[in-house]
Design a protein around this ligand. Structure first.
Ligand SMILES: *Cc1c(COP(=O)(O)O)cnc(C)c1O
Length: 412
């Protein structure tokens, strides 16, 4: 346990009572889906120090605090350049703009993802082309992507959904054959790996989000574009400042996408702890897997044979390093997923559906005439449910979740 004063004072309290005390969003939650205060309060002295440093510096736009954080994240991603921006969404938009993608272009992306992945493609003026997902990893199905390539396809945006890398070998091979740029949407996957390489730095460029619920959660909105391509990084830097180079001479039509140095200074405090946060998430996932595998009716997606399982637990591919931004189960059987969500929520256990409606079914994308049926995406949207896996969950609360899932399955 770190040396934070608040945590020390509370050490005498039961784990549950401490959770209740420090819970932000919903004090009635016995086991919240996510709880940020424990993590942040443990670093309070350093965070205050960083805030005061920026306050005294008088420098609130760009500058050394931001550069230092950009370099640290780039290094973690195994590339040379980081461009700090206002959000993970703006990082994707900026990547598309810097790659010159716009009207007349098509960009492949999964349908089963957060809205921003495809929203940015449309905002850049291009057409989002929705691709089906793999039932085991929830990630983009590369064979299905290939079927949707036309002469207008310029890029592919694999998303490392829930913290596990997409199949980057197959994507690299596809991209090479069809001359596509690869933008890794690594919003949920800072610290995740693919065959020993950190995600974000594998494709043409990668994008991260520091939204509070991500594995490195900030104090508001922030994001970053990382790349090893010097020209691309340079263009992205210009575009995040209204496309001007030098100042007041506008080469491109850019925007204001700058990350605040204050946010960078605070995130820099948390960055060295991210690996520990990820390890704690992995420990939670391993404990869930062990407990769930002992229950009748539970299978592993892609591995089960015989009786169709009532519940599928997620798994880590052997060549990936999963950092479990979400621990997402699949509950089979009409209405059963919603029943589990009610069952957990009634017992004050946080559980959410990420994502209930795949993007090809969203009203706003209908003008692009998306594929009308992506079978795996439809199934996932109907079956998924995410349960608490945050780093500070701890054994007691984790067992509460396991007991509730066990009780739900034995009721059937
Ligand atoms: C969170 C998220 C984003 C957007 O990040 P923001 O910082 O919230 O704008 C994009 N893609 C995925 C997959 C995400 O999970």
């Amino acid at each position: 346990m770190p040396e934070g004063g608040f945590i020390r004072d509370c050490d005498c309290l039961s784990e549950h009572r401490r959770a209740t005390l420090v819970s932000t969003a919903d004090n009635t939650m016995n086991v919240p889906l996510l709880e940020l205060n424990t993590q942040n309060q443990a670093l309070e002295p350093e965070l205050k120090e960083a805030f005061e440093r920026v306050l005294r510096s008088g420098r609130f736009i760009l500058g050394p605090e931001l550069e230092s954080f950009e370099n640290a994240v780039a290094e973690l991603s195994g590339v040379r350049h980081g461009v700090g921006v206002t959000s993970g969404t703006d990082a994707i938009l900026l990547a598309l703009m810097a790659l010159g993608i716009g009207p007349g272009d098509e960009v492949l992306c999964p349908s089963f993802t957060f809205f921003a992945t495809a929203g940015c493609i449309a905002r850049a003026g291009a057409v989002p082309v929705f691709v089906d997902s793999e039932p085991e990893t929830f990630n983009i199905d590369v064979e299905d992507a290939e079927r949707r390539i036309t002469e207008r396809t310029k890029a592919i945006i694999p998303v490392h959904l829930f913290g596990q890398a997409a199949d980057m070998d197959a994507i690299a091979e596809l991209a090479k054959r069809h001359k596509l740029a690869v933008i890794e949407d690594a919003a949920q996957a800072l610290g995740a790996g693919h065959r020993g390489r950190p995600v974000g730095g594998i494709g043409t460029c990668g994008t991260f989000s520091f939204f509070p619920s991500k594995n490195l959660g900030g104090f508001g909105d922030a994001g970053m574009l990382v790349t090893d391509d010097e020209t691309l990084a340079h263009k992205a830097r210009i575009l995040r400042m209204h496309g001007a180079e030098p100042k007041y001479y506008h080469k491109y039509i850019g925007g204001n996408f700058r990350m605040d140095p204050l946010q960078a200074a605070l995130l820099q405090v948390k960055l060295p702890h991210c690996e520990t946060y990820n390890k704690n998430r992995r420990a939670n996932a391993a404990a869930y897997a062990e407990a769930l595998d002992a229950l009748p009716g539970v299978g592993v997606a892609g591995e089960s044979d015989g009786e169709p399982p009532r519940l599928l637990r997620p798994s880590e591919r052997p060549d990936r390093y999963h950092i479990w931004n979400q621990y997402t189960l699949r509950v089979t059987g009409e209405g059963r997923r919603d029943a589990l969500k009610r069952f957990l929520n009634e017992r004050d256990i946080g559980a959410e559906i990420y994502y209930p409606v795949p993007l090809h079914r969203q009203e706003c994308f209908q003008p692009f005439e998306p594929a009308d049926f992506l079978p795996v995406c439809e199934t996932l949207a109907a079956e998924v449910i995410s349960i608490p896996v945050y780093p500070e969950l701890g054994e007691a609360r984790r067992n509460t979740v396991i007991e509730a899932v066990t009780a739900f399955l034995s009721e059937e």
